[in-house]
Design a protein. Structure first.
Length: 454
């Protein structure tokens, strides 16, 4: 049993002081007591630590390499994607493991407790499968074993180069699987989690309506069962136009009409929705997986969070391309995008919750469902996924209640993060991962080998 004591803590029923939390060997919270004497490990401001709902780990190694513009004046997501295809052809399994461990380390240091890895880099350059079909999935699992981060692994089905079912292009060939091969990949990916702690999870991910056949979505749903199913949806204008031309319906309309939706369905981005689509999808129970930093980087558009939340929609937060891994900055970028679009302030606050509190509560709840992880609040029976802010941070001096979260999201940054636990595993202390030196060394070695890949 481990004991953590905090000066202040955000509990399931609100803020409390002098809080003692005991954690069992299974990583679950056994007791929560406010007004308790100091005992055990002492923390500042204790918060539930959310899951990161969407990541492509390997793209972290591209950060900063795609900010040049060539002769084409209309650089976009699609030109970025071509650069990404060129880069990934150099990646080996050893590279992927080192990069994934570095990404997970940065996620933990930013305050995330778990990683939902939308994993689609499966095969060798040229498209030939490895001897172990799930070799790359096994490397993602190995990274999680190194970092101690909770893992929800989503092996991705990616079969076609577009909604006309054209063959995959050279840059996509490492992703591709038939439906039968994907079922085998999914089973072997689940086996890759066998040596991880019990809080690891498996799920299903049809990449997008462009990359899988619509008639196969029922198969994906059956394969998922009671586990998460995630899919990219309505991210780019060209994507919406392609799907509309192929199926006679916009992507969100198609999903609403053909898929059985629930909180176990997470649609990533949703930055190109019409008002009626936003309202209907929000009311369906599905979760919107938002990645505001990446969506800004790629020029995807602005998710209509105001309308979504007004209609009871759930959200989770992710770092996607991992160009910048920062929980506080993702939340800040999400809210500021609403203010810029609507010429407003505190766009996502309500009469009873400040902006920081509303966002933090929302992404903890949504992250728990999208990762199928028993986390999201500091309560008995929940996983001890916890984030401690440093109480002596300059911007927190004299602050209390929800103002703490507002200062963290809007005035602070990752330097406020002191400690992070994932299922009771104390992986970040005084702002640094306990294995930082070794993880950074392995990542640096991989980067030297990759060189200037673009």
């Amino acid at each position: 049993m481990a004991i953590v004591w905090a000066e202040k803590a955000l509990l399931q029923d609100g803020w409390a002081e002098n809080v003692r939390i005991t954690i069992g060997a299974d990583g679950l919270i056994e007791s929560v007591q406010a007004g308790a004497p100091a005992q055990g490990y002492k923390a500042g401001v204790l918060l539930p630590a959310p899951s990161n709902c969407h990541s492509h780990a390997f793209q972290r190694a591209m950060a900063g390499l795609t900010e040049k513009r060539g002769p084409d004046p209309s650089d976009s997501f699609w030109t970025w994607r071509q650069l990404m295809f060129r880069f990934l052809d150099r990646l080996t399994p050893d590279h992927v493991e080192a990069i994934a461990a570095f990404v997970q380390m940065e996620m933990l240091e930013a305050g995330y407790s778990a990683n939902v890895e939308f994993h689609y880099l499966h095969h060798q350059p040229g498209g030939l499968p490895y001897a172990n079909l799930a070799e790359m999935a096994q490397r993602i699992a190995a990274a999680s074993a190194t970092t101690g981060m909770g893992l929800t692994l989503l092996p991705v089905h990616y079969q076609y180069g577009g909604s006309d079912k054209r063959a995959l292009g050279p840059g996509q060939i490492r992703f591709g699987n038939t439906l039968d091969a994907y079922a085998e990949l999914h089973a072997k990916s689940a086996e890759a989690l066998a040596n991880l702690p019990a809080d690891s999870r498996i799920g299903v991910a049809p990449h997008s309506l462009r990359a899988v056949a619509p008639e196969d979505l029922g198969h994906h749903a059956r394969l998922a069962g009671n586990t998460p199913l995630h899919m990219h949806l309505a991210e780019q204008i060209a994507e919406v136009e392609e799907i509309t031309a192929a199926y006679g319906k916009r992507p969100v309309e198609f999903v609403l009409d053909t898929m059985e939706l629930s909180e176990l369905r997470c649609f990533i981005h949703c930055t190109q929705m019409l008002p009626h689509e936003t309202e209907a999808l929000a009311k369906s129970g599905a979760v919107a997986g938002l990645c505001p930093i990446t969506e800004s980087s790629l020029g995807d558009g602005i998710f209509d969070a105001v309308r979504w939340l007004e209609n009871g929609g759930s959200i989770a937060i992710g770092s996607d391309s991992n160009i910048r891994i920062s929980l506080s900055e993702e939340l800040r970028t999400l809210d500021y995008s609403q203010r810029l679009r609507d010429h407003s302030r505190a766009a996502l606050a309500t009469p009873d919750k400040s902006t920081g509190r509303r966002l933090f509560d929302a992404v903890n709840a949504g992250g728990a469902t999208t990762s199928a992880r028993n986390n999201g609040s500091l309560a008995v029976g929940k996983l001890a996924d916890m984030l401690a802010l440093k109480a002596d941070s300059v911007d927190l001096i004299g602050r209390s209640g929800d103002t703490i979260l507002d200062c963290y999201v809007f005035a602070g940054d990752d330097r406020m993060v002191g400690d992070v636990w994932s299922a009771g595993r104390h992986m970040v202390r005084d702002g640094s991962h306990v294995k930082r030196e070794a993880i950074v060394s392995a990542y640096a070695k991989a980067m030297k080998e990759l060189g200037e890949a673009i």
